[in-house]
Design a protein around this ligand. Structure first.
Ligand SMILES: Nc1nc2c(ncn2[C@@H]2O[C@H](COP(=O)(O)OP(=O)(O)OP(=O)(O)O)[C@@H](O)[C@H]2O)c(=O)[nH]1
Ligand SMILES: [Mg+2]
Length: 476
């Protein structure tokens, strides 16, 4: 149960640009903030075949991290539980026909079978219908079929559903935490859940208060696996879930294939992919509760003929763990962490996930701090550059303003000169005119007349000039 090898993303720090505008500098600063944020977010990819318990692990993690379950989710889970019962009963009835036990069914059993076939998915089961289902389940034909459940598909939680069916069918039924963990909701596509963890033992003041985990859940059935590739980037760890009870079960999508054989092949494919060469893998062997019961009844040698440990828990577990470990590439075999869990039990998932978080963080801690400090240093120098750029722009703006003012003053000054010249010209002409008239009337000294005659020509002339002209007139 060794530790996982370290892997962290390469530090692609955004370098401060040499010749950039203020706007793109600001974008770079935002990018750096995002980089810092992303650095302490660990993307963990949950992989495994259908029904191995990936989503149950996520549900449990959300409960541990106190994520609130919405009323809508609760109602959806309640509806799913009703549909889970119908699906399982229909599968049992199909197998009952295949095995030829249907001959033993009563008319009442057949009528319930018909009602189940007609059941509308959007409808909940009524209490009287639940009573009929219980009766059918306990019929000889169905009990014989149930005993052979390893030969066809049936949900692991079916016994739990039958134990609680009357409660599920009450009018005001809302699922408990356990009901929700036992409900089967097939995953389609990719589902991300973000979890936060307070960093209790900071080694360096620059370490963040919180680290984040982006837990990515995918659908494990064959037709869902082609979508997996869309979430292979930036994966910090793979959490591969194995269904221990799968050694005695067949696939939902292919009744001719043993579940555990499919899981062994799947692990071999995934772990040998180039993209995951340095990605640590954590193996979660799930459904330990079912395995502990099952191994007492069904020998592991039915599936693995070279197993010789009999119907005993520990030898069987050791054999399975070694079989999976052998599917890993040699460089991962001794470093891959193994966890034996029952996802429906909170304590198991808490302990296993705490170990995953610790292993991952410890392995990446120093490298992350180095990268974070590099980003901070680049950000600091970019902030300086942004400030310098802003000061330069301010200075240029002020210079332009000054230049503009100067130009305006100059323009105003030029107009004044022209007006003055014009005024002087006019004054000269008037003086000449007055001279002439003085020659013609030598005794005339009426300065008021002279002034008014000039002012009637130009009323816009500056006042000071006007006075001057009058004075000049007086001098004559
Ligand atoms: N008894 C028992 N049942 C479990 C355990 N873990 C999961 N289950 C049940 O197994 C069924 C399938 O679990 P899921 O979590 O839906 O499986 P999955 O891997 O997400 O399946 P896909 O979405 O199809 O890939 C559910 O009904 C769970 O309640 C466990 O530890 N013990
Ligand atoms: Mg799922």
């Amino acid at each position: 149960m060794g530790g996982a090898p370290s892997r962290s993303r390469p530090a692609e720090v955004v370098e401060p640009p040499k010749t950039d505008t203020g706007a793109s500098n600001n974008i770079d600063l935002q990018l750096m903030e995002q980089q810092l944020d992303e650095l302490y977010k660990f993307k963990i990819l949950l992989l495994g075949a259908g029904e191995c318990g990936k989503s149950t692990v996520v549900k449990q993690l959300k409960l541990i991290h106190k994520k609130k379950v919405s009323d809508h989710e609760l109602r959806f889970t309640a509806q799913s539980l009703h549909q889970n019962i119908v699906d399982c009963m229909q599968s049992l009835l199909r197998a009952c026909h295949t095995f030829g036990y249907n001959e033993e069914m009563t008319d009442e059993d057949r009528s319930t079978e018909h009602a189940l076939a007609m059941h509308d998915e959007s409808q909940r089961l009524s209490p009287p219908f639940a009573t009929r289902i219980i009766k059918l389940f306990h019929s000889d034909a169905i009990q014989k079929t149930f005993a052979r459940r390893s030969e066809y598909w049936l949900l692991d939680s079916f016994p739990y559903y039958m134990k609680n069916i009357e409660r599920f069918c009450e009018d005001d039924f809302l699922p408990t935490e356990e009901d929700s963990l036992m409900a089967r909701i097939r995953t389609t596509g990719i589902v991300n859940s973000e979890l936060e963890q307070r960093l209790a033992d900071k080694k360096d003041p620059h370490e963040p208060d919180l680290i984040k985990f982006d837990v990515v859940d995918v659908g494990g059935q064959r037709n869902e696996r082609k979508k997996w590739i869309h979430c292979f980037d930036d994966v910090r760890a793979i959490l591969f879930v194995v269904n221990l009870a799968g050694y005695n079960q067949v696939l939902f999508e292919d009744a001719s294939k043993n579940r555990m054989q499919e899981e062994l092949e799947l692990l071999e494919q995934i772990s040998s992919m180039d993209i995951f060469r340095d990605t640590p893998i954590f193996l979660f062997f799930n459904k330990k509760d079912l395995f502990e019961q099952m191994i007492l009844d069904v020998d592991l040698c039915n599936t693995f003929p070279d197993y010789t440990g009999g119907k005993n828990l520990q030898p069987a577990l050791d054999y399975i763990v070694n079989a999976f470990r052998a599917k890993l590439p040699p460089h991962k075999q001794s470093t891959t962490s193994i966890h034996l869990v029952t996802a429906r039990w909170k304590g198991d998932i808490k302990a296993a996930f705490d170990a995953v978080k610790k292993t991952l963080y410890d392995a990446n801690r120093d490298e992350l701090l180095k990268q974070a400090n590099a980003i901070r240093a680049a950000r600091k120098s970019l902030v300086k550059e942004v400030a310098k750029e802003a000061a330069k722009v301010e200075k240029e703006k002020a210079k332009e303003e000054k230049e503009k003012e100067k130009q305006e003053r100059k323009q105003k000054g030029g107009k004044k000169d022209k007006d003055e010249k014009k005024q002087e010209e006019e004054t000269k002409q008037e003086e000449k005119q007055e001279e002439k008239s003085a020659d013609a009337q030598p005794n005339r000294t009426d300065d008021t007349t002279a002034a008014s005659s000039r002012s009637s020509k130009d009323t816009t002339a500056p006042r000071a000039k006007e006075t001057e002209a009058v004075t000049c007139g007086c001098a004559y």
